[in-house]
Design a protein around this ligand. Structure first.
Ligand code: NAI
Length: 464
């Protein structure tokens, strides 16, 4: 008889959420995790610690730039970096401890150590092999660097997102390689703390793949906040000494290589799926060309009894996508129908202002030859945003030209990451822009901008 109904490998947002749902559905569940705390990259060295630093640095920015005009005079606070890091660590501790509590509450066993799969139904952790009916691989992803760029988080000169959270001091000059989500969030943190930040990006726009309108506005706002950009530049290599680094890049449009010096270089050029040491080769688990575990529509691999979810399979590397898959695969294992609507997975950049998107972009719809309409509303017409000096940005809704059904949205503005869910719910229910426009929105709220964007899809917004 099997000891477990399911063993999940990895306690990140995919794995731990899946474990809790499995347990709630009556399955005897264990999770293998080698880190000292639960929560994976997200809670330990990703989403959560970066949000703590974004919050603290945002308050400093507000004090330096907006307090005086609101009648709050006096010296701006100075940065106690050691204390800021300890605040961040405290936030991590509270969250990882919370997951441990939930494991106990749901009677989930934490098998401490890094596991490998001996065969379908057999997971080895340390010297012990556990029997299980099913295995879910939720081993996540790790930062991927560039050829010619050696990351050494311990030295604190050339770092990835993990090292950037632990720098010994706030650097004077930082070069960020990659204007993706990580580069812009962490670049913002340091720019607000006083670092001169230059972002070197291969593409001609920030956040590749995002709504073009948002990309333009976002870059302008970040420039206003002091970030510098070198666009269309392919980083060729980084030379590091004990205290400094030199980044060499090649302009895409041609010409000689150029260099830029920094105290710290943050490599933010993407992440890659992580399945090392699991023994998937030996088991014959099929992988995709991009090194992801290949799964079918029910997250099953080609080996019966082995499933995979989250960053290690295809799709956006987002904690909430992994969580949804975690809950859905639990349903599959419990004999129910598990479902994830991949068309409605929001993406959020937690800068100030926040950027949030969901569904189709105009560019994608154009490429498909679909007829669509766009309703756009600037936060300049939103009283609440103006009252708090956060009127940069806009809300934009894209609808089918004939049916008015919401196909996508992009918001750049205050609390965009929370507001986007109104659109997500609308899309899940197949709602039209008119449905949103006819829904009473409290005044004065930022959400009124979403309603105005919906109105802009029809007879027109009120405050524009
Ligand atoms: P990314 O894929 O978002 O951006 C990487 C950037 O690096 C791209 O713009 C790319 O063009 C650029 N790049 C690549 N090679 C280059 C070179 N040689 N020279 C110059 N530029 C180069 O990757 P990022 O920001 O590292 O994030 C990794 C993953 O983590 C993403 O999937 C992201 O969605 C996820 N993440 C999500 C967060 C959120 O939802 N708020 C926060 C942090 C990470």
């Amino acid at each position: 008889m099997s000891q477990y109904d399911v063993i999940i490998i990895g306690a990140g947002p995919g794995g731990y959420v899946s474990a809790i749902r499995c347990a709630q559905l009556g399955l005897k569940t264990a999770v293998v995790e080698g880190r000292e705390t639960l929560g994976g990259t997200c809670l330990n060295v990703g989403c959560i610690p970066s949000k703590a630093l974004l919050h603290a640095s945002h308050l400093l920015h507000e004090a330096e730039h907006n307090f005086a005009s609101m009648g709050l005079k006096g010296k701006s606070p100075s940065v106690d970096w050691k204390q800021m890091k300890s605040y961040k660590d405290d936030v991590i501790g509270q969250n990882t401890g919370g997951i441990e509590f939930l494991f106990k509450k749901n009677k989930i066993d934490w098998l401490k150590g890094y596991g490998s799969i001996e065969a379908a139904g057999k997971v080895k952790v340390g010297d012990t092999t556990y029997d299980t009916k099913n295995i879910v691989i939720a081993s996540g992803s790790v930062p991927s660097s560039l050829p010619g760029v050696e990351v050494d988080n311990g030295k604190g000169i050339v770092v990835d997102s993990t090292g950037a959270l632990e720098l010994p001091k706030v650097p004077k000059k930082m070069v960020v390689i990659g204007a993706g989500v990580i580069g812009l969030e962490l670049g913002s943190v340091y720019a607000r703390l006083g670092t001169e930040v230059t972002v070197v990006e291969y593409m001609d726009a920030v956040c590749p793949g995002m709504d073009a309108d948002v990309q333009r506005t976002f870059k302008k706002i970040l420039e206003k906040q002091g970030l510098k950009f070198i666009m269309g530049a392919a980083v060729q290599g980084v030379e590091a000494s004990k205290t400094k680094a030199k980044v060499t890049y090649q302009p895409k449009k041609g010409g000689d290589d150029a260099t830029i010096d920094a105290d710290v270089v943050l490599v933010a050029t993407g992440r890659k799926p992580y399945a090392e040491g699991l023994g998937l080769d030996k088991l014959g688990v099929k992988m995709t060309e991009r090194g992801q575990v290949a799964v079918d529509a029910h997250w099953a691999t080609n080996v019966p009894g082995i499933y995979a979810i989250g960053d290690v399979i295809e799709g956006p590397m987002l904690a909430h996508k992994a969580e949804d898959e975690g809950m859905a695969v639990a349903d599959v294992l419990a004999g129910n129908h598990g479902h994830v609507n991949y068309g409605v997975i929001p993406g959020v950049v937690y800068t100030a202002p926040e950027v949030a998107t969901v569904g189709a972009t105009e560019a994608a719809l154009k490429a498909e030859g679909r007829k669509f309409k766009v309703g756009k509303f600037s936060f300049m017409g939103n009283a609440r945003a103006k009252a708090v000096h956060q009127a940069d940005g806009f809300a934009k809704i894209i609808v089918d030209a004939e049916t008015d059904r919401v196909l996508g949205a992009a918001i750049i503005g205050p609390s965009a990451g929370d507001m986007i869910h109104e659109i997500c719910v609308a899309m899940e229910f197949g709602a039209s822009a008119q449905d949103i426009a006819l829904t009473c929105h409290a005044h004065p709220t930022y959400s009124e901008a979403v309603r105005e964007a919906a109105l802009a899809c029809g007879d027109g917004p009120i405050h524009a």
